[in-house]
Design a binder for this molecule. Structure first.
Ligand code: ADP
Ligand code: MG
Length: 348
């Protein structure tokens, strides 16, 4: 939140485009046999032999997707990779390579881009992926980052959104609503800082949810876990826009309905207490709040015994026939329709 006035500021124009690319990417190490040619030629060359390839891309725009007043550039680099990997894992695939494209204005010194690429490098290490290319250009306004992620999956192991069947179990990983509540805390502290720039925010009581917002993780571990348990989900999606929106996507594409049980939605105790503090209903936050990057998937009931003991996986409902619709079964045991409500609408 506080800018260090003594920080070194090297103008990007001092390096030139090629010097900059080289400077930012020189530490990247190749980890995968499938990476035949990485940064440095006109295009990367990848060889996946007989595997299926998945490709996904995301564009992040300053002022729309991130706010640099509380988002450190290192975290932004990390997060911009993670959000893409999450989409690869949601196909039940293994992420192997990314490309990173940036548009920057001369407002950013080299040191800022070093921080951004430090975060990208950390994510590449943690998730074991190769950075194989990108593009660098100037922007007259803010910062733009686009990451494309590539992954591999054995034939017939890929999982789509459209495979859910009536009576399947609806399962979610981790807990929900944290990233949204973390954002609420950060937005509140930003307002306090505007009024009194000397105030030092105490974010300690909010550490879990703030981390969920600033440094989310993708569920690579869950893809490995499902493989180890010998469970292939019938359908899967990652939760970037909030549980209700993702459930609607899964059910619409699968042509099924569902019953989601309010009392089963996994919530961290910190989320519950901060929701109370902000006077928000924790179920509404879990349903509408975005950016948790957990996985939502369905499994056949035959696979229940394989997953039931795992603390990372929570069964939150059942898939129904299409004509029965999509419902939330509340704690009071009433059924209310699940409405489309992406977290961006929810925010407004
Ligand atoms: P071209 O002019 O053919 O687009 P560039 O000069 O933009 O080539 O890129 C040269 C090499 O550097 C390519 O391998 C490209 O993928 C890589 N590259 C360019 N920008 C970035 C970046 N921001 N991050 C990672 N690799 C990059
Ligand atoms: Mg280029």
């Amino acid at each position: 939140m506080i800018e260090d006035k003594n920080q070194q500021r090297t103008q990007l124009s001092d390096l030139g485009e090629f010097g900059l690319i080289d400077h930012l990417t020189k530490n990247f190490k190749i980890k995968h046999e499938s990476t035949v040619k990485s940064i440095g030629d006109d295009a990367a060359v990848l060889d996946f032999k007989n595997k299926k390839i998945v490709v996904t891309t995301d564009l992040l725009v300053e002022g729309v997707h991130f706010d640099l007043s509380y988002m450190p550039l290192k975290h932004l680099g990390y997060k911009s990779v993670v959000v893409n990997l999450s989409d690869v894992y949601a196909m039940n695939a293994k992420a192997t390579q990314i490309t990173v494209s940036i548009a920057v204005s001369n407002r950013f010194p080299l040191e800022a881009l070093e921080d951004l690429y430090g975060g990208i490098e950390t994510a590449a290490k943690v998730y074991n992926i190769d950075v194989v290319g990108g593009d660098t250009t100037s922007s007259t306004t803010g910062l733009l980052i686009s990451v494309t992620a590539i992954g591999e999956v054995d034939n017939n192991k890929e999982v789509y959104r459209n495979g859910a069947k009536p009576n399947d179990l609806l399962v979610v990983t981790g807990d929900l609503g944290g990233a949204y509540m973390g954002l609420q805390v950060l937005e509140r502290e930003k307002e306090v800082y505007k009024v009194n720039p000397n105030s030092q925010p105490d974010l300690e009581p909010y550490s879990y949810i703030v981390e969920r917002q600033l440094k989310p993780e993708a569920r690579k571990d869950v893809i490995k876990l499902l493989e180890d348990l010998n469970v292939k989900p019938t359908s899967m999606i990652d939760i970037s826009d909030g549980l209700s929106s993702e459930i609607i996507h899964l059910c619409t594409q699968s042509k099924v309905g569902c019953d989601l049980y309010e009392n089963k939605i996994p919530l961290d105790p910190q989320i519950i207490s901060v929701c109370e503090e902000f006077n928000l209903d924790s179920t509404t936050v879990a349903l509408g709040g975005g950016e948790d990057y957990e996985l939502l998937f369905t499994i056949s009931q035959d696979d229940y015994s394989k997953i039931k003991a795992n603390p990372n996986l929570t069964v939150i409902g059942y898939i129904r026939e299409e004509q029965s619709g999509l419902h939330l079964v509340t704690r009071a045991d009433t059924k209310i329709p699940i409405k489309a409500q992406g977290w961006k609408n929810f925010n407004a």
